[in-house]
Design a binder for this molecule. Sequence first.
Ligand SMILES: Nc1ncnc2c1ncn2[C@@H]1O[C@H](COP(=O)(O)OP(=O)(O)OP(=O)(O)O)[C@@H](O)[C@H]1O
Length: 255
Amino acid sequence: MLTMENVTVRYPGTKTAALSDLSLTMNKGEFICVLGKSGAGKSTFIRCINGLQLPTEGTVALGDRQVTGAREEELRKVRREVGMIFQHFNLIPRLSVLQNVLTGTFGYRPSFKNLVGWFSEQEVSRAKQVICEVGLEEMMNRRVENLSGGQKQRVGIARALVQEPKVILGDEPVASLDPGTADYVFTLLLDMHKRLDLLTIINVHDVELAKRYATRIIALRDGELIFDGDPRDFTGREFQETYGSEPQQGLSTTT
Ligand SMILES: Nc1ncnc2c1ncn2[C@@H]1O[C@H](COP(=O)(O)OP(=O)(O)OP(=O)(O)O)[C@@H](O)[C@H]1O
């Protein structure tokens, strides 16, 4: 469904590649966690998928749509199929939960409608439905600046889901949350993932979370793919190869 072929990314003015010759196929139904230490290339990997970053070499395709080399119109169609969730939520603090979720429909509306801030009844009712699905029905009209981090991320998830994506991308979506809330948000993501039969790809620093929830782990080191497989096979040795150190005590890096 999502294919990367020989993808290399070199940022201008840098000697080493941020991603080196990556070839992967990722399919509907997979819940993929991308691991790697800081600077390994995880964000670059995610950004290549929705066309925010163009590979220096290689191609990315979503189904039969080319992401690399796509014109503006085609790229808009790709982005409509890809919902994005961010570490710092990227919400508009002074707007309500409902208004923030409605901004997720921007990807597929003509721009003049975006400007005048007009939403159809159908769009509003769809937004309300996803807000209920993430358990925020009581907070529909509350400004997001007054929500907790976990609640904000639930708004972020609702905003991604309102566009009815095929793929969910998360760039460190739980890195700003405490462990309990991070776990809750992962459970919610997994629940949506299963119910909507999505392809979900998430960058995460927490190996425990990845092993608990992922169906597949991809590990990067210095832009190279060093592990791609079953989370149960990501053990102490793979941890060391990925992070260059032993797992901390208590980390269950064995099955
Ligand atoms: N815009 C840029 N210009 C130049 N170099 C960049 C740029 N963005 C990222 N890099 C470099 O590319 C490499 C990969 O960065 P990337 O952000 O993809 O890593 P990451 O694994 O997501 O890191 P982190 O976990 O810290 O977010 C790093 O060496 C980084 O310094």
